[in-house]
Write a protein that binds this ligand. Structure first.
Ligand code: NDP
Length: 379
């Protein structure tokens, strides 16, 4: 009797953990994807008018991709480099009145041509910039990692909630068709009970003087930048929130990877159902972009799993054939739907989602320091 009650409670806990993914799928999958191949269809609707903040490498990619958007458009620019404001302003037809620098961008509140600001600056700047955008009454789209730690992330969530604006994180994989198909199959039970996930995320980083290797600007090392894909992927592939983490750090080059800048971290996550994940985050090895999900009835493998694509993958049913769509084009069209129409994506991209990853990162760093298992309570 006692045992069956415990089993029942465990079942409830496990299904509660998967619920956000399943319920979101029902709302999203039926309305926004064709049943046959999950080819993304962008529903008609108003255009999201976006100001890009931080005109660097990734913003260039986003800006180019947005030229093919059906529902999102660049209508503002924020930069610390005047020449970029001139150049990008001319290239993307953004008038001078909608170009700002980091000192004066609070004035965006009086600009009726801007609905949202996409923060694409170094990690350490996200927190203050996102809060200023929220105070200006504009929606925030913020690059990953959303902030340096969970405390900062919570402050951003609270500020956006107080201001009545949405906070979204640039998790482009959450809209990627092959990823979405694997998540759909898992949520539909096609792999059976999930037992194991492996996430390998890394590359060999170059220029030692870049901000990504500066603790002050990056908040850490590979974990903040690329390891976060394995964390986030573990959550959406398994479909549960982890309840514990263990982690081990190794460093072979303490000159390049200074104190507080992690080079390589191995970490393990445990989930309420008993599923486990084994992950690697590194700045010192190439050819690491692989997700593997194993269940009692089947498996999914994505390799590459989080690069700019095309993503490739297969399941026990064969090769995944969903079409490649430029990730940032799809992301921005979908985010227009989320912000302007209240759409619910299959895999959440809101501030709570970003905050959960930050709580896990905090716990991974703690586990590296203490060598002990860290409990997680992601709510
Ligand atoms: P870059 O260094 O290429 O660009 C960052 C830009 O931020 C700079 O060009 C600069 O633009 C602005 N900036 C403001 N203050 C500083 C400062 N103190 N030091 C350096 N730059 C500053 O970085 P990325 O574009 O690669 O990365 C930006 C963010 O995007 C990061 O959070 C990163 O994690 C994320 N990212 C996400 C990716 C994804 O796939 N989702 C991929 C790559 C990055 P300006 O001169 O206009 O002020």
């Amino acid at each position: 009797m006692k045992n069956s009650r415990r089993h029942f409670l465990q079942q409830i806990a496990a299904s509660a953990a998967t619920l956000p993914f399943l319920s979101a799928y029902d709302a999203f999958g039926n309305s926004n994807f064709s049943a046959s191949n999950l080819h993304p269809i962008i529903p008609q609707g108003p255009t999201l008018r976006v100001a890009l903040m931080g005109l660097g490498g990734y913003a260039s990619r986003v800006a180019e991709a947005m030229q093919s958007c059906k529902r999102a458009k660049i209508t503002g620019l924020i930069s610390g480099t005047p020449a970029k404001l001139d150049d990008w302003g001319a290239r993307f037809a953004v008038p001078e009145k909608s170009r700002y620098n980091y000192e004066n961008f609070d004035a965006i509140k009086d600009n009726p041509d801007i609905d949202a600001v996409y923060v694409i600056t170094p990690n350490a700047l996200h927190h203050d910039q996102a809060i200023r955008v929220a105070k200006a009454g504009k929606h925030v789209i913020c690059e990953k990692p959303m902030a340096l730690n969970a405390r900062e992330g919570q402050e951003m969530v609270d500020a956006c909630s107080r201001a009545g604006v949405k906070l979204l994180v640039g998790y482009r994989m959450h809209f990627e068709p092959k990823t979405v198909e694997v998540v759909r199959m898992r949520a539909a039970g096609e792999f059976g009970k999930i037992k194991f996930f492996q996430g390998l995320s890394g590359f060999r980083i170059g220029d030692p003087s870049q901000w990504r290797l500066n603790k002050q600007l990056a908040g850490g090392g590979a974990m903040m930048d690329i390891g976060i894909y394995a964390i986030n992927g573990a959550r959406y592939m398994v479909g549960e929130e982890p309840i514990w983490v263990t982690a081990q750090e190794t460093k072979t080059d303490p000159v390049k990877f200074k104190e507080g800048v992690d080079e390589t971290i191995l970490f393990q996550l445990g989930f309420p159902s008993g599923a486990v994940a084994s992950c690697l985050s590194t700045y010192n090895m190439n050819n690491l972009d692989r997700f593997f999900l194993n269940g009692e009835k089947g498996f999914a493998e994505l390799q590459p799993s989080t690069g700019y694509g095309p993503i490739k993958g297969r399941t026990n049913n064969g090769e995944l054939t969903q079409p490649h769509v430029t990730h940032q084009t799809l992301q921005m069209d979908r985010m227009a739907g989320i912000i302007l129409d209240g759409d619910t994506p299959l895999i959440p991209v809101d501030g709570q989602e970003g905050l959960k990853d930050l709580k896990i990162i905090d716990a991974i760093y703690r586990a590296c320091a203490t060598g002990t298992k860290e409990e997680l309570n992601l709510g």
